[in-house]
Design a protein. Structure first.
Length: 129
């Protein structure tokens, strides 16, 4: 019988924050969404100032998490050219975005302690286009 190591979501989220900050991501935040989301426990949101930095952050994060926790992402979506890459570790989803993309989607406004109605409206408008 194989034993499965249970990874603490808070510890994993903190480690993801440390990793992206180590590679000079800006404005990194960790948001607990477990009470509002059936998908994950935490979002980590970070800003990359260029497409090359976005790619570097993503690759570094995946390598570091794999080495420390023996964990690979369940999925990765987006491309650096889109300005947004999402790395899904299950209990933690990391969003790495360019400043323009981060401002446009305002995930902190949607998933913070109390969702900002302007952020919800902006997302609805983008979705309906």
């Amino acid at each position: 019988m194989t034993s499965i190591k249970k990874i603490n979501p808070d510890q994993l989220a903190d480690f993801c924050v440390k990793c992206v900050d180590e590679k000079l991501a800006e404005n990194t935040v960790k948001i607990h969404v477990g009470d509002s989301s059936s998908v994950t426990d935490y979002y980590v949101i970070a800003t990359a100032n260029s497409e090359p930095q976005l790619r570097a952050l993503t690759g570094f994060l995946e390598r570091e998490v794999r080495e420390k926790f023996t964990l690979r992402p369940l999925s990765e979506s987006g491309e650096s050219s889109s300005g947004w890459v999402l790395v899904d570790f299950g209990t933690v989803i990391v969003h790495i975005m360019t400043p323009e993309t981060r401002d446009r989607y305002n995930l902190e406004g949607l998933w913070g302690e109390s969702p900002d109605q302007d952020a919800v409206q902006t997302l609805a408008e983008h979705h309906n286009r």
